[in-house]
Design a protein around this ligand. Structure first.
Ligand code: ACO
Length: 323
């Protein structure tokens, strides 16, 4: 069997930092409220001349260097984003040109905060079918551009950033000891639109709109949804929470992460939590957390890593990876 093995990882966070103290000066909010409710301390904000494609390209170049590859070695490029530079063309084709990838195929994928898990799963299908050999999977967002900076219930939660993985098709034995993506499970339920959406778009208002969210409802459903899909990934591979080395969840809110890990029986020291340093970066959050945990020596070759995410739609999913 063919497996999709992660061979490179890279990330980019814009230089400008917006702390909770900065937000206290802009809005009726407090560091104590934000920290207690979400665990977020700061977020990065893209400079005026930085677009989602800029962030995505920096992350892609870092991941390629990490894998020892060049743009021309890649035959599949997927950018997960809800904040593209343009309505069209895709961010992915802009990144394709920027990294010197002249062949293959590049496209965007839209599943909001679940975007990276959806894009990784999509790449896995291409690679394990044998149709493509080397993929770049990128999560990149500039959510600061679609926030209502007067709405304290949403604007304190999000930040900008990008991260990318190189995934290569390699032969495996078909067991959970193989390196690579062992299983991936995606779900969606379109009945939940009103709980998390933007109040605009090219075909409705002709504007990008702003993020609108029923935070309490999202919170209520998030833990059940992500634990269901993570359990499905454990069941499909015959693995357990005890065998897991690292749980790398979508970084939206520390309380959702802690509650999910507890319900799944995953020990707190196995949970990778980076939300305090960059807030919710939507599709970039899972690969940013993977980068942080790999770079500080936590995630090592051979480790069993569960990634999961949930986002607008609703969309949600999980993938189990032997690193
Ligand atoms: N600072 C101070 N007070 C605030 C702020 C703020 N930034 N935002 C809201 N409040 C106030 C509200 O106005 C309200 O005041 P009131 O009681 O006088 O009306 C009070 O705080 C409580 O508001 P709630 O929205 O009920 O607060 P809650 O405890 O639910 O926390 C939060 C809000 C943090 C958004 C929470 O619901 C949450 O984390 N939800 C999950 C949503 C999430 O993480 N979404 C990310 C995107 S989705 C995804 O990635 C999966």
């Amino acid at each position: 069997v063919l497996r999709s093995v992660v061979t490179g990882l890279g990330s980019y966070l814009p230089k400008r930092i917006l702390s909770n103290a900065d937000l206290e000066k802009m809005l009726d909010t407090s560091d104590a409220w934000i920290t207690q409710r979400t665990g977020i301390k700061l977020r990065h904000i893209a400079a005026e001349d930085e677009r989602t494609s800029t962030l995505a390209t920096y992350a892609a170049e870092a991941a390629l260097a990490d894998a020892g590859l060049k743009g021309e070695d890649i035959d599949l490029l997927i950018v997960a984003t809800a904040t593209p530079d343009f309505t069209f063309p895709a961010v992915a084709t802009q990144v394709q040109a920027a990294i010197g990838m002249t062949g293959g195929v590049a496209f965007d994928l839209q599943a909001v905060c679940s975007g990276f898990v959806f894009a990784l799963t999509t790449a896995d299908k291409y690679l394990t079918s044998g149709s493509h050999k080397r993929a770049l999977v990128i999560g990149a967002e500039t959510f600061s551009r679609i926030l209502d900076w007067q709405d304290r219930g949403t604007c304190v939660l999000f930040g900008d950033g990008a991260a990318a993985v190189v995934v290569e098709a390699q032969p495996g034995e078909g067991t959970s000891a193989d390196r690579g993506v062992l299983t991936a499970h995606l779900r969606s339920d379109g009945r939940h639109l009103s709980k998390l959406y933007t109040d605009g778009g090219p075909s409705s208002t002709g504007t990008a709109g702003h993020v609108r969210m029923e935070g309490r409802e999202v919170f209520r459903l998030a833990v059940t949804m992500v634990t269901d899909v993570v359990d499905a990934a454990f069941a499909a591979t015959g693995t357990t929470a005890e065998e897991l080395d690292w749980f790398v969840p979508h970084q939206a809110n520390a309380r959702i992460i802690d509650a999910s890990a507890e319900k799944l029986g995953i020990a707190p020291h196995k949970v990778v939590k980076t939300v305090s340093f960059h807030g919710n970066t939507s599709a970039a959050s899972v690969p940013l957390a993977l980068s942080a945990a790999r770079d500080d020596g936590r995630i090592k070759r051979g480790d069993l890593v569960m990634v999961e995410a949930m986002g607008g739609g609703f969309t949600w999913g999980a993938a189990l990876i032997r690193w």
